[in-house]
Design a protein around this ligand. Structure first.
Ligand SMILES: N[C@@H](CCC(=O)N[C@@H](CS)C(=O)NCC(=O)O)C(=O)O
Length: 275
């Protein structure tokens, strides 16, 4: 019997499971949550103590919590992706980083997003401040950690946790200039094909992001060149270079709303600059 994954294409924690599934080429049925599929929502609300997703079903076994799903896939459906490092000490590091991305990056993203969902017109400023402060603190910690340590090889549990959390965190609180390693990691993650696939599949749902997803569409390119200094320069480089570009270019591809593996031809309208 094939696996079933209950989730939503725009959900960060669903990505966490999807990245592991895609990276190992595991066949599964995607059971999308939403008004068109009320039965899927009913199943999830019973399967998880708080009704949260993703939920994985493998025959008789139901696995909840994204980290546990990745661990389960590593044990029951191993493939080429080293989801959990075989060295026990490295596995501890992977699990530590997984907790860090969930608890201090994604949780702070959800805190800010939750404030908007609670009151779109007037989100609680204390919640916004706490969430954004927490993100900046997490970025600074990560920047220092990345300066002294190496991540486990992709695609690991860390990849699965880091990619969606940094992807959305940057929408909530831009990764600052003084955290180049964190920004570089986000770009590196977006360059991985299982991650790029999640980004692309989620693209039609961007209007669901309560803060407003960054308007990084191609038609906005000229405006972006003025407004977003760091990545605009990269974007301009991308336009001059064939796509797919290097990892930093993939970040620019995301800015432009271009799926990284697409080849595009764009009229060059400005001078390329590289910071
Ligand atoms: N700790 C859970 C968190 C899952 C989670 O927060 N999922 C979100 C979607 S990204 C969700 O279910 N939101 C709906 C809700 O909280 O009711 C995990 O790791 O799987």
């Amino acid at each position: 019997m094939s696996l079933e994954l209950y989730g939503h294409p725009f959900s960060s924690y669903t990505w966490k499971a999807l990245i592991a599934l895609y990276a190992n080429g595991i066949a599964f049925d995607f059971c999308e949550l939403g008004p068109d599929h009320p039965g899927n929502g009913e199943f999830v609300s019973k399967a998880h103590p708080a009704g949260k997703f993703p939920v994985l079903v493998d025959g008789d076994q139901v696995v909840v919590e994204a980290t546990a799903i990745v661990e389960f896939l590593a044990v029951r459906h191993p493939g080429p992706a080293p989801l959990i490092p075989t060295d026990p000490a490295e596995a501890v590091t992977a699990r530590m980083l997984d907790r860090l991305f969930d608890n201090y990056v994604m949780t702070n993203v959800q805190r800010v997003v939750g404030a908007y969902i609670a009151n779109m017109e007037s989100p609680d400023p204390a919640e916004l401040t706490a969430g954004k402060d927490g993100l900046r603190r997490a970025y600074a910690w990560l920047e220092a950690w990345l300066g002294a340590n190496a991540l486990p090889p992709h695609v690991s549990l860390v990849t699965c946790a880091a990619a969606p959390s940094l992807f959305y965190a940057d929408w909530v609180e831009r990764i600052p200039e003084d955290c180049p390693r964190v920004a570089g990691l986000r770009a590196e993650l977006l360059a991985l094909s299982p991650v790029a696939r999640c980004v692309d599949e989620a693209r039609p749902y961007r209007m669901l992001f309560p803060l407003g997803a960054p308007n990084r569409g191609l038609s906005e390119r000229l405006g972006l060149l003025q407004r977003l200094p760091r990545f605009d320069y990269l974007a301009e480089l991308l336009l001059l270079a064939p796509v797919p570009a290097v990892a930093v270019g993939v970040e620019a591809a995301d800015e432009l709303g271009i799926f990284p593996t697409h080849r595009v031809k764009v009229r060059v309208v400005g001078e390329a600059k590289c910071a």
